[in-house]
Design a protein around this ligand. Structure first.
Ligand SMILES: Nc1ncnc2c1ncn2[C@@H]1O[C@H](COP(=O)(O)OP(=O)(O)OP(=O)(O)O)[C@@H](O)[C@H]1O
Ligand SMILES: [Mg+2]
Length: 230
């Protein structure tokens, strides 16, 4: 395997008396697509949030592009997230008061891209996901599936080396779900983006090169995907 761009080793996280994750290790190479699967409550979102530095582990380490983030301050971690990561939350998390396109261009504007090129890139990203027509509507006024596609556009717009997505097709029909998956596949193939997807959907997992199965807070299996290679 080429040098991983994202590595979690021996990660553990508890919320009070609830053990959410124990001894979880995963490494993802550039251009790889990994599907995290497992029952509800098994620790998938917790694993993703730890890998993104959104949560700090009780034990274990996280490295992104060769830099340890688990020991960083909150401020340093948010800077790494802005530059190196795209994250699609399980429950949205875009800014409802902003328009769709303003939400998508945010990571570009925050990293110093000026207004016009940021707008152009954001509109391109929305167009690829079939929601350019929604660009000027407030996020609070679009459908759940349109908001989900806007969230995917925002995660990909700045071409980060790592994209983490928590059930990114959960609110989508088959056709729009495929638009989202194609966007991740293209980013992996064309830009070497490392993609980690949490999903319950075997069809989504079939796009992955590798499955990580989580059960009761433990990674119980990591296997090369046996289905049709994409
Ligand atoms: N902020 C929190 N406070 C307390 N308990 C939490 C918190 N986040 C997660 N948990 C608990 O940790 C465990 C793992 O939760 P997690 O969200 O990682 O599961 P999941 O696999 O993503 O589930 P789902 O498929 O339903 O999204 C669950 O028992 C959950 O109740
Ligand atoms: Mg979850």
């Amino acid at each position: 395997m080429t040098t991983p761009v994202l590595t979690g080793t021996h990660l553990a996280k508890a919320f009070g008396a609830t053990t959410a994750l124990v001894d979880a290790s995963v490494a993802v190479a550039p251009g790889e697509i990994v599907a995290i699967m497992g029952p509800s409550g098994s620790g998938k979102s917790t694993l993703l949030h730890l890998l993104a530095g959104l949560l700090r582990p009780d034990a274990g380490t996280v490295e992104i592009a060769g830099v340890r983030i688990d020991t960083m301050s909150e401020r340093q971690r948010s800077d790494v997230r802005l530059r190196q990561l795209g994250f699609v939350f399980q429950h949205g998390e875009l800014v409802p008061e902003l328009t769709v396109v303003e939400n998508v261009e945010l990571p570009l504007r925050l990293t110093g891209v000026s207004a016009r090129p940021a707008r152009v890139r954001a509109l391109e990203a929305l167009d690829r996901l079939g929601v350019a027509g929604e660009a000027d509507r407030r996020l609070s006024e679009v459908s759940g599936g349109q908001a989900q596609r806007a969230a995917v556009a925002r995660a990909l717009v700045h071409a980060p080396p790592v994209v983490l997505a928590d059930e990114p097709t959960g609110a989508l029909d088959t056709l729009t779900g495929e638009l989202v998956l194609e966007a991740f596949v293209d980013a992996a193939r064309d830009q070497g983006t490392a993609v980690v997807l949490v999903t319950h959907d075997l069809r989504v997992a079939s796009y992955a090169s590798r499955d990580v199965l989580v059960r009761d807070g433990r990674i119980v299996d990591q296997a090369a995907h046996v289905g049709e290679p994409r």
